[in-house]
Design a protein around this ligand. Structure first.
Ligand code: SF4
Length: 486
């Protein structure tokens, strides 16, 4: 009958659900994929993010078609309009909360997300037993339950973690490894040409070299395990003006598209340890990031009892400084970190947390503005991973739901962990804005009963500052703030 929905069953594949093997629920169904320009441009994303997602989707459709799947691939149509054509739709439960009401409106039947060790229901049960959740408790429980990095009831090697052996700066003679690079093929080049025509995006598509296929993702994993994993643990927190990646894996990019599974990444790292090619200190640190932190943050984000759009525990209301969109600042560390992201859509975890996030927190920027910036600028950014990382861990705006303390540090930390301060216009001990903001932040919060314990170690240092010095830090901040937000 004209106008009635197509009764043939379809399985919707969203852009971050590119699992090599579609779920059992998809058997016998057409795979439906939609490049919805409205969804993709609801924020001014980085141009490379759009190329990454759309190119990965097109490659995925081609690969499944070659395997015999019937594919219905739509370009430039609204997902809402396309879903209205069908009466029988299944999909993997979306990670992005924003899209769930749309799927519910169209009666889409959801199946479990295969990417987690812990289901949302099981995490809810765990949370009921841990109303003040802590990652370390979750991680140990997960290891006991799954046997990950366990030797019977004990952690392998006899220790739960090796953090005291890690967290080193790069040695003076550090040389960057070549960055894994994936030359765009005809499919990717066609998407790049299209994205070039879209207005208002961040950065450019020129130089795009990100992994867009499962083959690329597996090659990235193999490269990481062979060349970077052995050094990942010791230098996880190191930063360099000449090495934008260090020993980080870049695997968040294909992982967050589901081109590769977290289980595959963890298995490869553990196999390297068993083969004696990577030390346990690096392997435990990497496995904890993938099976621990990444998943823990997803569940904490989903089950947060507050409102991520409004939560602002530290009552921070300053606007984001304009230089976040240009990198044009005298602070060398921040300039390097911002420009990397604006140019490439990527910067590693410690630059995100301890340079960009640290600055925004100490400068009093409204947490949701910081969150929006991160969401727009990074190619691996999704609501479920950015929001708990930024609003929670980095900006402490959730009052300690995600992190047990505000991540604040002065110029001395950045000087210790990087080479940024050499050649900077500021001195980390005297006029460095990070140092000015750090002491001012502590002075402001010294008598806040909620922060006394979380900031205890930092406040020991503040106790040695006399009234004159405190007044000088506060006055220095008063001179700086208007220069960032005139
Ligand atoms: Fe950054 Fe301060 Fe070091 Fe300059 S002196 S690079 S502003 S930490």
């Amino acid at each position: 009958m004209p106008g009635s929905p197509d009764p043939r069953p379809v399985h919707l594949v969203l852009g971050d659900q590119l699992w090599a093997r579609p779920p059992a629920a998809a058997a016998g169904r057409r795979l439906l994929m939609v490049e919805d320009p409205g969804l993709a441009t609801r924020r001014a994303y980085h141009a490379r993010k759009l190329v990454l997602v759309w190119s990965a989707m097109r490659h995925y459709a081609d690969e499944r078609r070659a395997e015999g799947w019937d594919i219905d691939y739509r370009i430039g149509e609204s997902l809402d309009t396309v879903l209205a054509e069908f009466a029988d739709i299944t999909a993997i439960r979306p990670r992005e909360a924003g899209i769930r009401p749309l799927l519910a409106r169209h009666g889409v039947v959801l199946v479990d997300d295969p990417g987690w060790w812990t289901s949302p229901e099981d995490f809810g049960t765990w949370l009921a037993r841990h109303p003040a959740p802590r990652m370390e408790n979750y991680w140990r429980d997960l290891r006991r339950r799954t046997g990950l990095l366990m030797d019977g009831k004990q952690p392998v090697g006899g220790r739960w973690n090796y953090d005291d052996e890690n967290r080193k700066p790069f040695p003076k003679n550090h040389v960057a490894l070549p960055k894994p690079s994936f030359a765009p093929d005809a499919t990717t080049r066609a998407v790049m040409d299209h994205v070039r025509t879209l207005p208002g995006l961040i950065g450019t598509v020129d130089g795009f070299d990100l992994p867009t296929t499962r083959t690329d993702a597996l090659a990235l994993l193999a490269d990481f395990v062979a060349h970077r994993l052995p050094w990942f643990g010791p230098y996880e927190d190191a930063m360099s003006s000449t090495d934008p990646i260090g020993y980080h894996s870049l695997l968040s990019i294909p992982l967050n598209l589901s081109l590769i599974s977290p289980q595959e990444c963890v298995d490869a790292a553990i196999a390297a340890w068993r083969a004696g090619t990577a030390p346990i200190a690096s392997v435990e640190a990497f496995v904890r990031q993938i099976a621990g932190w990444r998943e823990y943050l997803f569940h904490l984000w989903e089950q947060f009892p507050g409102d991520w759009e409004r939560t602002n525990a530290l009552e921070q209301e300053r606007p984001l400084p304009a230089f976040f969109w240009t990198g044009d600042t005298s602070m060398r560390c921040l300039s390097i970190a911002l420009r990397r992201v604006l140019e490439t859509g990527y910067g590693h975890h410690i630059e995100r947390l301890m340079v960009i996030g640290n600055f925004a927190l100490m400068a009093g920027v409204r947490p949701q503005e910081v969150n929006a910036w991160f969401h727009q600028c990074y190619v691996d950014a999704y609501e479920w991973v950015v929001t708990p990382n930024v609003v929670g861990m980095s900006q402490y705006a959730d009052g300690g739901w995600v992190a047990r303390k505000p991540y604040v540090a002065s110029g001395a930390y950045i000087d210790r962990m990087s080479d940024y301060c050499k050649g900077c216009a500021h001195d980390p001990k005297t006029d460095c804005p990070f140092t000015v903001l750090y002491w001012s932040f502590l002075i402001d919060r010294e008598h806040d009963p909620r922060l006394r314990e979380p900031l205890m170690r930092n406040l020991f240092g503040l106790a040695r500052k006399d009234a004159d010095e405190r007044a000088r830090w506060i006055a220095a901040r008063a001179r700086l703030l208007p220069t960032w937000n005139p």
